[in-house]
Design a protein around this ligand. Structure first.
Ligand code: GDP
Length: 297
């Protein structure tokens, strides 16, 4: 289960405080040491942990907290609020275009869940808005990628524009957009190529697609299981593409959770959705307060 280790360690730190009749500054320091370790072990980015611990400590050692009747409870609330704060406070909705179509470009490393997430988003848009999306298959490098998107399209009842693997991805996107204009699709979801790691050729290709398509959203799909790496990947893609949001996948797995807590602080970009399973309806809006509740257990 996601966050298991982190939840347990945070609860231990709080239980230590609850046992004290009176909580002193030194007790707070001890608890913060435990919380710091818990966050680092959960693979939260080092700078994020440092700032988090400093903020919580400053709020917790005030006399209103320590002299209150329920100091431990108040410290739990301070931690909760700061968890929400680092994850971005409120849910951030999809950017929409004023004129159809709204164009969503999916980017990310191979295996992160881009293609699956494209299908999940399309399905959600159909359910929520009775949308008529078109998906464009612009990953020409992985032979199975086009077929995979076509299959996903069939499963969710969304047409897929594809030209096989012998055309330039920018060309495919250009023709796909023309098709969407002709068919008056209200959303276009572009599935782009991934690689095992960030490389210059991929970034150049994605920049070219971005320039042509002028997407309303560039959603970076990252795998929560990869922890700090997910955060670094987000930083790398954001530097080159100025992404508009992140989808954190595989939160149903045994992830330690660091990426959920780091990405917003490190990139300044919101997590907009989380993937919580392989099925095509396993996608949820990312609510920082609900995630904080889940982390605290
Ligand atoms: P892509 O290479 O980025 O397009 O990745 P895919 O969409 O092909 O996904 C890679 C694998 O991850 C597939 O087996 C998906 O079923 C799986 N996957 C994607 N999202 C999730 C998720 O939220 N949870 C779980 N458990 N698996 C996922």
């Amino acid at each position: 289960m996601a966050f298991e280790g982190l939840t347990e360690r945070l609860q231990n730190a709080f239980n230590g405080l609850r046992k004290k009749g009176k909580v002193t500054e030194s007790d707070v320091r001890d608890a913060m040491r435990e919380i710091r370790l818990a966050l680092l072990e959960a693979d939260v980015n080092f700078d994020v942990v440092k700032k988090f611990v400093k903020t919580v400590r400053e709020k917790a050692v005030g006399s209103e907290v320590l002299d209150s009747l329920t100091p431990a409870q108040q410290i739990v609330k301070i931690v909760h609020d700061e968890l929400v704060n680092v994850m971005g406070d409120a849910a951030v909705p999809l950017n929409k275009s004023e004129h159809i179509p709204t164009i969503i470009m999916m980017v990310g490393l191979q295996g992160a869940g881009k293609t699956t997430t494209a299908g999940k988003l399309a399905k959600r848009l159909i359910q929520d808005e009775k949308a008529r999306p078109l998906m464009i298959a612009a990953d020409i490098y992985r032979p199975a990628a086009v077929d995979q998107l076509v299959t996903v399209g069939q499963q969710v009842g969304v047409p897929v524009f594809e030209m096989g693997t012998d055309h330039d991805p920018v060309d495919i996107v250009r023709q796909g957009l023309a098709e969407a204009a002709a068919k008056k699709n209200d959303y276009v979801i572009i599935d782009t190529a991934g690689r095992l790691e960030i490389d210059e050729q991929l970034m150049q290709e994605l920049s070219n697609i971005k320039e042509l398509a002028q997407p309303n959203e560039i959603l970076l799909v990252v795998d929560a299981m990869t922890g700090q790496v997910a955060t670094q990947v987000a930083e790398g893609f954001n530097e080159r593409l100025d992404i508009t949001g992140v989808v954190l996948t595989k939160l149903d797995g045994d992830t330690r959770g660091g990426a959920a807590l780091s990405i917003r602080s490190v990139t300044g970009k919101p997590i907009k959705f989380v993937g919580q399973g392989e099925k095509l309806d396993a996608i949820d809006v990312f609510y920082p307060d609900r995630m904080a509740d889940r982390i605290l257990g």
